[in-house]
Design a protein around this ligand. Sequence first.
Ligand SMILES: Cc1cc2nc3c(=O)[nH]c(=O)nc-3n(C[C@H](O)[C@H](O)[C@H](O)COP(=O)(O)OP(=O)(O)OC[C@H]3O[C@@H](n4cnc5c(N)ncnc54)[C@H](O)[C@@H]3O)c2cc1C
Length: 396
Amino acid sequence: MQTSPDIQSYDVLIVGMGPAGATAAYELSRAGIAVLGLDKQSHPRYKVCGGGLSVRIDKILDEDFKRVVEHTVYGIQFTYGGEEPFLIQSAAPIAYMVMRDRFDHLLVEKARLAGTEVHEGEQAMGFLQSPDGVEVITDRGRYRTKVLIGADGANSIVAQRLFPGRKLHRMPTLESELGIGQAPLYPGEGKVLIDLGATERGYAWIFPKKERLSIGVAEFRGRPASPKGIFDRFVRDEKGLADMSVPKPCGHPLPLYSNVGFAQQGLVCHRALLVGDAGHLVDPLFGEGIYYAVRSGQIAAASVLGMFHDRRRSLLDYELAVAREICEEFRVASRVARIVYTFPRLCHRLMHRYQEVINLYYEVLRGRETYQTFFRKAKGVVKASFRELLRETLSF
Ligand SMILES: Cc1cc2nc3c(=O)[nH]c(=O)nc-3n(C[C@H](O)[C@H](O)[C@H](O)COP(=O)(O)OP(=O)(O)OC[C@H]3O[C@@H](n4cnc5c(N)ncnc54)[C@H](O)[C@@H]3O)c2cc1C
């Protein structure tokens, strides 16, 4: 859509073509909207990520993403500082494992096929708001757009420039990829490993893929003195990694959701909105972000289409829908996280004892329970078990 020889105009310009941006682009292009998607990198590109997708992604993505699924997960092996292992297995899948280069590339290609103009290797650098849209300056040119979607991840320049004063916490993480050739498929076919004792207020993981193990640590509360020290200790203490030469990890911030941040800063500013990591839409319990990136991209596209079709509607519909569907869930997840990361050892032992609570959590991953129903039911299970224990003790 050309308006003058040196500046092109689009209905929607998306900065960042990860899962959030590529999904929004796909949905908008399918509806006949003129979309430009920019990414400073070229796909397929490496992204520091565990690549774990909860299976409720089935409800929101077309079946064809299964082409890039490397493993289906049926159970989690929990450890505490490399000790006290137990496995909670399930008959039905709880998660899929993907490598992000292949997964994101698939989503970008779907957007391109649906009609999105994709510019790879082009970096957005500046933005000028005007009454009827935004002008975007990149390292290659300038564009005008009616709506700007910031899908540029944890270090979002859209958030920094157009949402001033936005000071939300991003937690440090480290992850390394160990080639399977050097290691067995650990912790085994259809399993992942989670260790709540590896770090003070977070967890360490091993997520197996076809050709590698993704090994990482993330802090969820407070600031660790030395993330590298924590990573090295986890690798040293984890028996399945004994004698393995794990490559040096890469760091990346994890923009966890925070109740305060969302209430104060929101996701919409005039004609710009934030999706995925740029909007801190990451689950505060275990750091799941891909599902919410895809979902927020879809909600954003629906709100933009709503506004284009009906002038009485605004982009604020997006913020309201995210608050209802995602943030209500994250508020409860934050409460669970506060308990888990304040009393990790106790929680590790309680999970072992009350395995039905973990099975209930698996239903959240399947999208059959929400965090809200999970929390209510889990409290019920624990209370009933305490009552039972008390009765048994008193009857002696
Ligand atoms: C160590 C680690 C492990 C994780 N493990 C999991 C997991 O197992 N499961 C899970 O669900 N989530 C996980 N996450 C979170 C998940 O990676 C993110 O939530 C997800 O990538 C968010 O997608 P997005 O599209 O919002 O952003 P991104 O995937 O970060 O994509 C942003 C895109 O924007 C581009 N970009 C950035 N700046 C510019 C610019 N100025 N101009 C143009 N392009 C730009 C980037 O090149 C990139 O392609 C993990 C995160 C970390 C750090």
